[in-house]
Design a protein around this ligand. Sequence first.
Ligand SMILES: Nc1ncnc2c1ncn2[C@@H]1O[C@H](COP(=O)(O)OP(=O)(O)O)[C@@H](O)[C@H]1O
Ligand SMILES: Cc1ncc(COP(=O)(O)OP(=O)(O)O)c(N)n1
Length: 279
Amino acid sequence: MNRAHAPRVLSIAGTDPTGGAGMHADLKAISAMGGYGMAVVTALVAQNTCGVRSVHVPPVSFLREQLDAVSDDVVIDAVKIGMLADADIIATVRGWLDNVRPPLVVLDPVMVATSGDRLLDASAEGALRELCRVADLITPNLPELAVLAETAEAADWHQAVSQARQVSRDLGTTVLLKGGHLTGADAPDALVDARPDPAVPGGYAEAHAPRVATTCTHGTGCTISSAMATRIAAGDTWPQALERVKAWLTRALTAAADLEVGQGHGPVDHFVDLRGCIR
Ligand SMILES: Nc1ncnc2c1ncn2[C@@H]1O[C@H](COP(=O)(O)OP(=O)(O)O)[C@@H](O)[C@H]1O
Ligand SMILES: Cc1ncc(COP(=O)(O)OP(=O)(O)O)c(N)n1
């Protein structure tokens, strides 16, 4: 399916004033993948490439007003959900999703940043697990996958695939399993769907790329989930979307250090393919 218009993708996420993660990374990834990006803010986060300083959560009534303002006016082709901060925010987003029923929902179950700072109240993990049931695709990293599987973090790819299968079965959704937290020359990712009627042919599709030797990995999780939402909404098959997004993210990681942003874990270069093309 080739749409006449760019896919209209809504990010529901927290902020990162340094532009590397959260809704800022989402908007860049959506644009880089050919979509039209929109954003509703769940939480304002004072963070940079070194870590999170504080989180401010506006009233949930205002969150609902933002969501309704978009859906009352714009046809939404895909929604990407990131940081939700607490159980009230999760309930508000759930209520809106039940009302609007967007055609594609991609949920990145953000719990803890790479810096170790919490982005979700520990008491809201159960509510987030339940929200996964209404997502078409979830994109947990290995620590988040372990929480969803209610077990210890996978030590290798084989264990991770098995946890992803269990989560897919238990929560009735497709899992994008990400190997970023493992070590080794290869950085594998896979679409895992253990349901009887999987969204991915055969229930499994793997994509590989070399592991990039860089500390600039801030926002990679936000980036890949938004990019997947955009490419699936654009009409790629799910395995095609993963191949395309993985190759682009690897280029963005390879060019990341040249951005020279921040003193900690810098952001990836979402617009790596545009450098040198601006007239
Ligand atoms: N050093 C790296 N080289 C190549 N790909 C990486 C690297 N680090 C992360 N990735 C990729 O970035 C994406 C996000 O991965 P991951 O780090 O597991 O999630 P999160 O950012 O949510 O913690 C995945 O596609 C993963 O394979
Ligand atoms: C506002 C906000 N949302 C999500 C994250 C986490 O980003 P993610 O890409 O999952 O991973 P790291 O950047 O922590 O590697 C964030 N920091 N801020």
